[in-house]
Design a protein around this ligand. Structure first.
Ligand code: SAH
Length: 404
């Protein structure tokens, strides 16, 4: 393993405003800077912060101090105080692995082992692609603990290389202790493009240069479902990125699949991913803005048995929620016009700020407005490697509508 320098941490105590204290008592992992009313000393990234009850003075929770984020304490333990040491991290990693085990009994060797707050490690993501583990850090709090965490991640996953990815914030602010985005910090990486399996279908991820950790694992169960529905069908995959849905549809026996994305590069990845597999259907790509592209397909009177619309997050900020809902409304109306009679429209959202009920409501109201009746076939949320333990952790929702 690459030598990562030892970083000293200290402990400090804080007390919080009543509203924040209430959230902590409910197990919420975020403490905002302006909710601290008492702090025993100055702190630096990764210092251990104990939150005490303002009145009773007993232990409420502990977390790690993050001076570079408005969420300046990221809580990792609630109610009971146990030492935060190597054994604590090992037990958290083991718990996380246990949750994912059923997935590894399928024909899948790609999974999210650590999903930040939801696995007690806020701002820490660990994705496995075959024998390569990609760690993406979104917070400076983790640098002092990497020497404890990484060896156990290696043991649990059996990986032979670990790649470190750093968020933009980490690359622009604060000390990264000689570590850089894209560093191979354990083992040898034979190629930056790693091939892996997702329910029997082959994909590849560029673990050094790709978005996030190289691929979006979160839709795995929806892709499998689309694959199962695709035999003999025509499929339109809108916002296809690297072809997650498209390639499952092709492998499931679709006769024709169009992947539509604004990015040429993403569509090249979709083609490359398709080429890793054997299938008989036809695969075409369409470089276009989704709204324009859908409109032009409608204009040409095209129809598809299955249309999947899985856009990027439309609401990165609170102020964008209304605009996001308008976007979802338009997509539902456009999508409805492209699905053949008794065909399936799959509408997905990954904006955590637009909660599931609101997304489904906006989608369904607009499907009705398109003048077609429909049946709700299924609604799905996160796959098991994305467990959710707090409200803001939930982002993925997906509706399957049979259009009459
Ligand atoms: N469905 C994909 C993930 C989508 S990620 C999967 O299953 O993996 C979002 C994708 O939307 C990216 O590939 C991005 O290039 C594309 N995108 C963003 N804005 C777009 C637009 N206006 N029109 C079409 N594609 C767009």
């Amino acid at each position: 393993m690459k030598i990562i320098q030892d970083i000293d941490t200290k402990r400090l105590a804080v007390k919080l405003r009543p509203s924040a204290e209430k959230m902590v008592k409910r197990g919420h992992p975020w403490v905002f800077k302006d909710s601290i009313i008492k702090q025993s000393s100055e702190a630096k990234a990764g210092d251990l912060v104990i939150v005490y009850d303002t009145k009773k003075n007993n232990f409420l929770a502990c977390g790690l101090y993050d001076p570079y984020s408005p969420i300046c304490i990221k809580l990792i333990q609630f109610r009971k105080s146990t030492p935060i040491n190597e054994a604590w991290f090992i037990s958290k990693i083991n718990d996380a692995y246990t949750i994912r085990k059923p997935l590894l009994e399928t024909k899948t060797n790609s999974y999210r082992l650590i999903f930040g707050e939801n696995d007690s490690l806020p701002g820490f993501i660990a994705d496995t692609y075959n024998h390569v583990l990609v760690i993406k850090l979104y917070s400076h709090i983790w640098f002092p603990y990497l020497n404890w965490i990484i060896p156990h991640l290696v043991t649990v996953t059996g990986c032979n290389a670990v790649v470190l990815r750093l968020s933009r914030l980490l690359q622009s602010k604060g000390d990264t202790y000689g570590l850089h985005d894209g560093d191979v910090i354990y083992g040898t990486l034979e190629s930056e493009v790693v091939i892996f399996r997702e329910h029997g279908v082959l994909f590849s991820a560029n673990v050094i240069k790709g978005h996030k950790t190289g691929y979006f694992l979160d839709h795995r169960h929806n892709r499998k479902r689309v694959g199962e529905l695709s035999k003999g069908k025509s499929v339109l995959d809108v916002f296809s990125y690297a072809g997650g849905f498209s390639v499952h549809a092709l492998c499931g026996g679709a006769k024709k699949v169009i992947s539509l994305d604004i990015s040429k590069h993403a569509l090249q990845m979709a083609k490359d991913n398709a080429a890793l597999n054997t299938f008989n259907g036809e695969h075409a790509v369409m470089v276009a803005d989704a709204f324009d592209g859908l409109q032009s397909l409608i204009h040409k009177k095209e129809q598809f048995d299955i249309v999947i619309i899985d856009p990027p997050s439309f609401a990165k900020r609170e102020s964008e929620i209304i605009k996001a809902k308008k976007g979802y409304a338009r997509l539902a109306r456009l999508g409805a016009q492209l699905v053949s009679s008794n065909g399936i429209l799959v509408l997905a959202s990954c904006s955590s700020r637009v909660i599931a009920d609101e997304f489904f409501k906006v989608s369904e109201e607009n499907l009705l407005e398109s003048g077609r009746s429909f049946e709700i076939v299924e609604k799905t949320y996160h796959d098991i490697d994305h467990p959710i333990t707090f409200t803001e952790g939930a982002y993925l929702k997906c509706g399957y509508y049979k259009m009459h």
